[in-house]
Design a protein around this ligand. Structure first.
Ligand SMILES: Nc1ncnc2c1ncn2[C@@H]1O[C@H](COP(=O)(O)OP(=O)(O)OP(=O)(O)O)[C@@H](O)[C@H]1O
Ligand SMILES: [Mg+2]
Length: 308
């Protein structure tokens, strides 16, 4: 099984309306409510890819209960721990007439020191028997910057590879805990190294730099320009044909495919081919979390993987 951690789980609500106008009463035609947050999005993609996904992290209040109900209904294993505060919601309003998408994302609760400690202790109990762990997403208030570093250190202790998708100090700290992989995007590279990569060569230099700070492998995602990887088997580029749609969550799909490919024992070029196709197929899927299966099937052989 692959364990995914979501410390700031959310209930993602999507409203679809023929037309949405500010300052007016808008009639909503369809409402969707799904469990979200990056780790949960990764778990949803893993499940689609045929892997058992265990979801852990923190969830509280009525919103936490709704998150747990939906993720169980979607076939994921719920191992979220309760917390005192209410989990956050995100609201996305989609206006069909002009395709405009407006998102209102709550911050999320402040987690107490005690709740974080309880989570960190419980986390270790998931590690015996785990094939991989995915640590994804921003840290809620109250959780220290070193949180992913601490969890990745526990993974290393049990010999479980940790896949980290984080930003800023949380990412920098995690590098020191020898994660199997980190997957920064352009903005995340800029935040930790001072400037965004200008091109593929710049992305590879950034990947090499982060690898030098302790990650076993670094995959930089460059939106529609694809992926650059610095790995123990060498440096690679993978690019899928461009796809239109909603790019939010494409990175989560990439992380899920890379973890799945690792657990399946695939070579780096195969993992990157799958990751680029799954990322593109996630763009074709309107909601974040999961991917459009026909698109992935169509693109998997069209991805170009080359040594860099
Ligand atoms: N329009 C697109 N067409 C084809 N492939 C895409 C497109 N957008 C993204 N991808 C693929 O998905 C990968 C991940 O996208 P991106 O770099 O935007 O991730 P991200 O910024 O981490 O996203 P998020 O954090 O919202 O999940 C890209 O590296 C690329 O392989
Ligand atoms: Mg991302």
């Amino acid at each position: 099984v692959i364990v995914t951690v979501t410390l700031n789980a959310a209930l993602d609500i999507t409203y679809e309306a023929p037309r949405i106008a500010w300052g007016e009463v808008n009639r909503v035609e369809a409402v969707h409510a799904r469990a979200g947050g990056k780790g949960i999005n990764v778990a949803r993609t893993l499940r689609q890819l045929g892997h058992e996904a265990v979801v852990t992290g923190l969830a509280g209040g009525h919103t936490g209960a709704a998150i747990r109900t939906e993720l169980r209904a979607a076939g994921m294993t719920d191992r979220l721990l309760p917390m005192g505060c209410e989990s956050r919601r995100t609201v996305t309003a989609v206006s069909r007439e002009d395709g405009a998408v407006t998102a209102l994302n709550e911050h999320g609760p402040a987690v107490s020191e005690d709740e974080w400690r309880r989570f960190a202790d419980a986390f270790a109990s998931f590690l015996p028997g785990a094939d991989a762990v995915v640590l994804s997403g921003s840290l809620p208030r109250g959780i220290p910057d070193g949180a992913y570093a601490e969890l990745a250190t526990a993974c290393a202790h049990y010999g479980v590879p940790a896949f980290v998708d984080a930003s800023g100090q949380a990412l920098l700290a995690a590098l020191g805990a020898a994660p199997a992989l980190v997957k920064p995007n352009r903005e995340e590279i800029a935040a930790v190294l001072g400037e965004p990569p200008a091109d593929h060569a710049g992305a590879l230099r950034a990947a090499a730099e982060l690898r030098g700070r302790g990650a076993e492998a670094v995959v930089v995602s460059l939106g529609e320009d694809g992926l650059c990887a610095h790995t123990p088997e060498g440096a690679w580029r993978a690019t899928a044909p461009r796809v239109g749609g909603n790019p939010v969550g494409a990175g989560d799909a990439v992380v899920a495919a890379l973890a799945a490919g690792f657990v399946e024992g695939r070579s780096w070029p195969e993992r990157l081919r799958s990751a680029a196709a799954t990322g593109a197929a996630a763009v074709a899927e309107p909601a974040a979390g999961g991917y459009d299966e026909p698109t992935r099937a169509r693109l998997i052989d069209a991805v170009v993987v080359e040594r860099a």
